[in-house]
Write a protein that binds this ligand. Structure first.
Ligand code: ARG
Ligand code: ZN
Length: 876
């Protein structure tokens, strides 16, 4: 069943208050609800009270004290309708649910003794009969009753207003949330948890209690999340004027969780992987993820909770904006450049591919079957890029005026994308009608725009004429319209950056906005023919078509003042060389066996040693050549073997001249120093990890010895993980023993064990498929834990192209079989994994046939609506 944005209708009844009572009883749970409804002013004469309910055992229903019977209402699919609600009244219901049997991890579920909820987007209807839609907001009062011994901790949103003991060893707690909220932000947690407490004093002097709840054994892994939370709270006050609004802020770590984390009002529920961090068990990447996710969920308190979404088509309104906010925050905590290039590489690798494949959709889609399938890279990451373009276009101050206006105007309301754009325009004195309709195109048109670049330099008058042309993907259903595209650019001459004039303004950098299909600009005082440094810091999420020669790109790598663009030039050059070589392999061109000169290798050789000392993070990034996933998006026909071989060959050419530089880097032994979380320390470790990987390609014996040394002396997981990955992925001597020792040392730590599984499942060799079969049979493999499933099956399908795209189709067969089993328990998890097949149209005919056979097999059987939607969209 397809739901359309154009069919949106306001609810006939508003909800003034919600009163919930949970009896958590071992085998089942009884939920009683009292809902006070009022007919909406806008409701038609024949108003109907419509609630939603799924998988509920309905025990009783009463309307303003009168018991109702099944004849009084209609209940079809998930929709429960009652025509007798008149001007309004109180609906009282009682239902029974089974949290222990809930393996979908949506609604209320219990795993390893811990009760918790996940309601976004439509999980609340699995808890009780309710107007489960984001535009119905109410205050909540929730009472939880449970066994005191097994569930000493009872939590819900807001403030705890009363607690007490009852008979039979049970106890209860009542929570009140004064801020009206939609049901997707409801949360309940009950179990045996330890807590780390701290506090935060807001800008206006309110003291907020901060609490992080985890299993007792994980209490020593909460400091980083706590510090991140405090930093995020301060940052949001300073950068956005957003202050926290309750007396308490709680985070709970949960081991069985479908996503990263959830911003429930005052009670965030987190995947353990996004909250726990300790130097002994967590890598640098893990620490950074915790910081970013803690901030992301906190920022939702304003962009999501205080101002929420009218309907799920507006999901990007809270997610895109909040991702942009968390990216800004992370840039302020560590290195802004590294943050930006990681975000951009991620977007270009995964979101571009999504937007070019069968799962492409608009940032604000017009229709969907299963909303859970739309928590996508397009909504999150491309949505964030749109917010960033507005920030670039309006300037930091202008953007802040817009966000102030937005938060103030829509506080307590459920908004739409137009409201956000309207605030940006109004607060900056712009023509709102024109602004909204122009920027809305970014939200409505799927596909990545292409910008073509043409420049002509006239020596005699020292003028450069730049012409930019934009074309939209033909995927957009209606006729695509031109988008507003901010272009930050500079000019790089033979000795470095040039200053130029545009409309009388002389500067090293200019901001243009391409609005028409084609536009030209004239720059004066251009004293030599420059190389254009375009889309600095990736000022717009577009593909750029420009005729750069190898020497031009090399010039940018050497001389651009914009570090991001130095990196992106190296990425572009690497991509060009790898694709050319792969093409030669494919066509059987013999010259391919004598690798040609690499302009990339020459440019990197020239700058790398100096860069490794002055900017080690950037030096590290320059040696991480584009992944196969990125490259596959750049080609029309994807041949994983040829690409892999070409990539290895170019990498070797780049690394070979650096042998002694790598030695210098590794001699510093930064990896063996005690753990410090800082941009500088992370950069030093990252360049050493990359150097070790490089050395493994040149001198495997020396690399193995260093890896063993790190494993033995490692003061933290960043060193241990880098060493293990190098040994395993390069199949160095001692790899198997290292894996065994690592397992023995860490088998009691689930998150480290996930890494152990993931390292093996992502080893880029064909034999990995057999290894994965063995891992699936390992006693520590548990298919009911999403993190474990992602560590093995997800890594294999999404992060191991060589093994997944086995020419005989055995990789596809393995995934299809697992998918079916997982789907029966956890549709959201399965549907996400199914996305791995989205690449099929780019593969050769034989691989296509293998995938299609699997897809048709799956589609002809029993599937959840989530997975069915994803697979049928992929199938086309
Ligand atoms: N709102 C959460 C976040 O981005 C994620 C919720 C994901 N929900 C889902 N059904 N996939 O912070
Ligand atoms: Zn979010």
């Amino acid at each position: 069943k397809i739901i359309y944005l154009k069919d949106y209708q306001a609810p006939h009844y508003t909800l003034e208050h919600t009163e919930l009572h949970f009896e958590l009883l071992g085998d089942y749970t009884e939920v009683s609800a009292e809902l006070r409804f009022k007919r909406a002013l806008t409701a038609p004469k024949e108003a109907v009270l419509t609630l939603l309910g799924a998988d509920l055992e309905l025990l009783s229903v009463a309307w303003s004290g009168q018991l109702l019977s099944a004849n009084d209402w209609q209940w079809q699919d998930e929709k429960w309708q009652f025509a007798g609600a008149g001007e309004g009244g109180v609906l009282s219901t009682k239902v029974r649910i089974y949290p222990d049997q809930n393996l979908a991890l949506e609604g209320l579920y219990r795993s390893h003794g811990l009760y918790c909820t996940q309601c976004e987007a439509e999980g609340f209807r699995k808890i009780t009969l309710y107007p489960d839609r984001p535009d119905v907001l109410s205050t909540f009062r929730t009472t939880i009753v449970a066994d005191k011994a097994s569930c000493p901790v009872l939590l819900s949103n807001g403030n705890c207003v009363a607690t007490g003991d009852s008979e039979n060893g049970r106890h209860w707690a009542t929570w009140e949330d004064p801020h009206p909220k939609p049901s997707y932000l409801f949360a309940l947690v009950a179990g045996d948890l330890a807590v780390l407490r701290d506090s935060f004093t807001t800008v206006s002097g309110r003291e907020v209690a901060l609490e992080i709840y985890t299993a007792e054994v994980d209490q020593d892994k909460c400091d980083h999340a706590m510090r991140s939370l405090q930093a995020a709270m301060r940052w949001d006050e300073e950068r956005y004027g957003c202050e926290y609004d309750l007396d308490r802020y709680m985070i709970v770590a949960v081991s069985h969780f479908n996503m990263g984390a959830m911003e429930n009002k005052g009670l965030n529920v987190f995947n353990t992987s996004c909250v726990l961090a300790h130097p002994a068990t967590t890598t640098d990447a893990g620490f950074q993820r915790v910081e970013a996710v803690v901030a992301h969920e906190y920022f939702h308190n304003w962009s999501g909770n205080r101002v929420t979404c009218r309907d799920w088509f507006q999901l990007c309104l809270k997610e895109g904006f909040t991702v942009f906010r968390d990216q800004q925050f992370s840039a302020d905590q560590l290195s802004a450049v590294v943050q930006r290039l990681e975000d951009v590489a991620f977007l270009q690798t995964h979101q571009f591919a999504e937007d070019a494949g069968p799962l492409a959709h608009a940032v604000r889609p017009e229709s969907f079957v299963e909303i859970n399938n739309f928590y996508t890279l397009t909504i999150y990451e491309k949505g964030a890029e749109i917010a960033r373009m507005l920030h670039t276009f309006l300037g930091a101050d202008g953007f802040r005026r817009g966000s102030d206006h937005y938060f103030k105007t829509y506080d307590g309301q459920a908004a739409i994308v137009e409201d956000f754009l309207n605030s940006m325009a109004v607060a900056n004195g712009l023509d709102a009608g024109a602004f909204v309709s122009q920027w809305l195109r970014w939200y409505r048109q799927p596909g990545t725009p292409v910008v073509s670049v043409n420049s002509v330099w006239q020596k005699d008058i020292q003028r450069l004429t730049l012409t930019l042309t934009q074309t939209q993907s033909s995927k957009s259903s209606s006729t695509p319209e031109s988008l507003p595209i901010p272009v930050r650019l500079g000019f790089i001459g033979k000795e470095g950056e040039l200053s130029t004039s545009l409309n009388g303004v002389t500067a090293n950098e200019h901001l243009l906005v391409l609005e028409q299909a084609e536009q030209s600009w004239q720059f004066d005082d251009v004293s030599q023919v420059p190389v254009l440094s375009l889309f600095r810091d990736f000022s717009a999420p577009v593909r750029v078509k420009a005729e750069f020669g190898d020497a031009d790109l090399a010039q940018l790598i050497r001389l651009d003042s914009n570090s991001f663009n130095r990196w992106s030039a190296s990425y572009a050059l690497a991509t060009r060389e790898i694709l050319a070589l792969a093409e030669q392999y494919r066509s059987g061109d013999l010259r391919a066996h004598q690798p040609q000169e690499s302009a990339l290798a020459a440019a990197i050789a020239e700058v790398w040693s100096e860069l490794a000392a002055s900017d080690p993070a950037l030096a590290a990034k320059m040696l991480q050549l584009p992944s196969l996933a990125y490259l596959s998006d750049q080609v029309a026909c994807y041949d994983p073997e040829a690409l892999q071989r070409a990539r290895e060959s170019v990498l070797l050419q780049v690394i070979a001249p650096l042998q002694s530089a790598l030695g210098t880097v590794l001699a510093k032994q930064e990896m063996l120093k005690p753990y410090v979380y800082s941009a500088q320390a992370i950069a030093a470790r990252s360049v050493e990890a990359v150097a070790l990987d490089g050395l493994a390609r040149l001198q495997s014996g020396a690399a193995a010895a260093i890896a063993q040394h790190w494993l033995k002396e490692a003061p933290h997981m960043s060193a241990e993980q880098a060493a293990l990955t190098t040994l395993v992925h390069h199949q160095l001597p001692g790899a198997d023993d290292a894996l065994q020792a690592f397992y023995a040392r860490w088998k009691h730590e689930p998150l480290v064990l996930d890494q152990w599984f993931a390292t093996q499942a992502s080893a880029p060799q064909a034999e990995t498929r057999e290894r994965v079969e063995a891992l699936l049979a390992h006693s520590d493999f548990d298919a009911t834990v999403p993190n474990r499933v992602r560590a093995v099956i997800g890594q294999f399908a999404n992060n191991n192209p060589v093994a997944f795209h086995d020419a005989e189709g055995r990789g596809y067969g393995l995934i299809a079989k697992q998918l079916l089993a997982i789907d029966a328990r956890n549709p959201q998890l399965a549907s996400r994994l199914a996305g791995a097949f989205g690449i099929w149209q780019k593969l050769d005919e034989s691989r296509q046939a293998h995938i299609l056979r699997e897809l048709d097999g799956l589609l002809s059987g029993d599937l959840s609506s989530d997975t069915r939607e994803t697979l049928s969209r992929i199938r086309g």
